[in-house]
Design a protein around this ligand. Structure first.
Ligand code: SAM
Length: 214
């Protein structure tokens, strides 16, 4: 099967039947070449309905989870987005199709370096990446209209709440080390309005405002 067909099939069989409705999200996931972010995996594996290993003990999220989290961000195209947990760079590439600029932070240096080159090779000029502890955010670039954390957090890291613009949205898997629930939080002045969504399982967010040990 051609890559384009694998992507169309992924959208048709994994995303639409499970309720993903935002046409911009479906179109972006039909465009981004997921197999180029999936390391040594085969194309069939890359487009399959599961999270997969990408090395350094980390994973590329299941396509459906990427779609749900992206849809919850309500992107219109003008936003400045912060992602914590660059991993393979796939989620950042989907976000880059749907927003103005993406700032993404990865804790594991080997992954962060690999992905920087990948973004260059694929001409994603609106993705800015760095290696560091994402629980501290990226203060020099704040405020952000949207923040997405693609690792499991015990709670939303304080610095990220501070770096979210008024009216902005954070999407994050919160809970224990072995299972979490997607939390969508909207900042409204001094208030945070929480909505809980699907159950999920992510690798831990490790850092000063995350989990302390691997
Ligand atoms: N978004 C990624 C993708 O599209 O491939 C998947 C992310 S993977 C599920 C979680 C990533 O979060 C891992 O690469 C892990 O190293 C990273 N991570 C964990 N704690 C972090 C932290 N404090 N700051 C930045 N990255 C972190």
């Amino acid at each position: 099967m051609e890559y384009k067909d694998l992507r169309e099939s992924m959208v048709r069989t994994q995303l639409i039947p499970r309720g993903i409705k935002d046409k911009r999200v479906l179109d972006a996931m039909g465009r981004v070449p997921r197999h180029l972010f999936a390391g040594h995996l085969t194309a069939a594996e890359a487009y399959s309905d599961m999270a997969l290993p990408i090395g350094e003990g980390q994973t590329i999220s299941q396509p459906y989870m990427v779609a749900v989290m992206t849809e919850l961000l309500e992107l219109k195209g003008t936003e400045k987005v912060l992602e914590i947990g660059t991993g393979s760079g796939y989620q950042a590439a989907v976000l880059a199709e749907l927003s103005r600029d993406v700032y993404t932070i990865e804790r594991v240096a080997a992954l962060g370096e690999l992905v920087k080159k990948r973004f260059q090779d694929l001409s994603y000029t609106n993705i800015h990446s760095m290696v560091g502890d994402g629980t501290l955010g990226w203060p020099e670039e704040a405020p952000f209209d949207r923040i997405i954390i693609t690792a499991a957090a015990p709670e939303i890291p304080e610095p990220l709440i501070a770096q979210l613009a008024d009216g902005g949205i954070i999407v994050v898997p919160v809970g224990g080390l072995y299972s979490q629930q997607l939390l969508k939080t909207r900042k409204s002045g001094n208030n945070l309005v929480n909505e809980y969504h699907t159950l999920c399982v992510f690798v831990p967010l490790i850092g000063q405002y995350g989990w302390k040990k691997e």
